[in-house]
Ligand binder design. Structure first.
Ligand code: NAD
Length: 267
């Protein structure tokens, strides 16, 4: 199959933020979207709106409202995706954009408020290690091939300290490491894997970080564009990186933040 016509995307975290913006952008480019999300009743109306818009773009989306870290659910979904895509087809895009971490301090007088082993393990499992398990499953189902693009959302926290963000920071550092390993191990089939380091973006995940108001202020101060990154900025960059011309960009951490992470402050 011509890789340019292989327009199938699987997005983990498809219902909000970067995942939703990328789903919409790729649908406009003619992709069929498979999506995984975890939403309760209160936010389902947003999912319905998104599905409606995706249908409008002719994407015929298939969404699964499940925990992406559940091994059995993962296998079922991969099987369903395999059944839907023609035998000689595979995914052009696999995006890991899950926000599901515990935000607590490691060191605090009140022991009951401190990060626990299970908090830490859950955060690392969902936000980092699940990338590897999904990619393994997709590889075994022959859903990855020449020109497939794997992306995982990382952040400034992978190498900087942010209050309450210790477990997520560890997950981001692990995620970037997993991306490098996957890039090397998938090179023989011509699939690429890159981490996308987005600038601070106003999404539900950001709003859960206790220090988010200060983070927003600092990001706008540092960003040469004098504004926050938007999910659409990231979706545009991801779409550009799916080009066949980007085949040689592999195993990297690519900043999509207009220089926010390399600037201390602007005069
Ligand atoms: N917002 C930022 O400033 C920022 C910056 C850099 C990187 N990131 C990273 O980008 C990724 C996406 O964040 P966002 O800001 O778009 O968040 P968001 O809250 O807007 O979206 C998170 C998505 O993940 C889904 N999800 C969460 N837990 C899940 C689970 N266990 N199983 C299935 N789906 C699940 C939600 O349903 C939702 O679709 C995260 O990894 C985050 O750390 C965010």
């Amino acid at each position: 199959m011509n890789q340019t016509n292989n327009k199938y995307a699987l997005i983990l975290g498809c219902s909000s933020g970067f995942g939703a913006a990328t789903a919409l952008r790729l649908a406009r480019e003619g992709y069929k979207i498979f999506g995984v999300h975890l939403d309760r009743k209160a936010t389902m109306y947003k999912v319905e709106e998104l599905l409606h818009e995706l249908h409008h773009h002719g994407s015929d989306p298939v969404f699964f409202n499940v925990n992406a870290a559940d091994a059995r659910k993962r296998r079922d979904i991969v099987e369903k995706v395999r059944e839907t895509i023609p035998e000689d087809g595979y995914l052009k895009v696999f995006l890991h954009s899950l926000a599901f971490g515990t935000l607590k301090q490691f060191i605090i007088e009140e022991q009951e408020l401190a990060m626990t082993k299970s908090n830490m393990e859950m955060t690392l499992d969902v936000m980092a290690h699940s990338l590897v398990y999904w990619v393994q499953e997709l590889f075994w189902a022959k859903l990855l091939g020449f020109g497939s693009r794997i992306f995982a959302m990382t952040s400034y926290g992978s190498h900087h300290v942010v209050p309450y963000y210790g477990a997520v920071s560890a997950a981001k550092a692990a995620l970037e490491s997993h991306i490098r390993q996957l890039a090397m191990e998938l090179a023989p089939i011509g699939a690429t894997a890159n981490a996308i380091r987005a600038g601070v973006t106003n999404t539900p995940a950001l709003q859960k970080i206790p220090a988010h108001a200060k983070m927003v202020h600092a990001a706008v101060e540092r960003n040469p564009g004098r504004r926050l990154t938007t999910p659409e900025d990231v979706a545009s960059a991801l779409t550009a990186l799916t080009s066949d011309d980007c085949q040689w960009i592999n195993g990297d951490v690519i900043s999509v933040d207009n220089g926010e992470s390399v600037v201390d402050y602007i005069k």
